[in-house]
Write a protein of this length. Structure first.
Length: 76
């Protein structure tokens, strides 16, 4: 299975992890994003992240295990 890499562009200095999952379409609703993070299937810059309020900035990478999706963040 091929890993899908998606470039996410935002116009703010940062975006919270839970918001990124919703904004990118990886999670349909906030509770789904919260559950993904709590289950430990989301990595930020290669490390499991359990903080849904984790601030991601330009250059950060979020990876969703089991979904084979990598989100690369870019600030406009």
């Amino acid at each position: 299975m091929e890993v899908q890499t998606e470039q996410i562009k935002i116009s703010t200095d940062f975006i919270k992890l839970q918001q990124l999952l919703k904004f990118s379409g990886a999670a349909d609703i906030g509770s789904e994003a919260k559950e993904m993070i709590a289950e430990g299937i989301v990595k930020v810059n290669g490390e499991v992240c359990l903080m849904r309020g984790k601030k991601l900035r330009s250059g950060d990478v979020a990876e969703i295990q089991g979904e084979d999706i990598i989100l690369r963040l870019e600030v406009l």
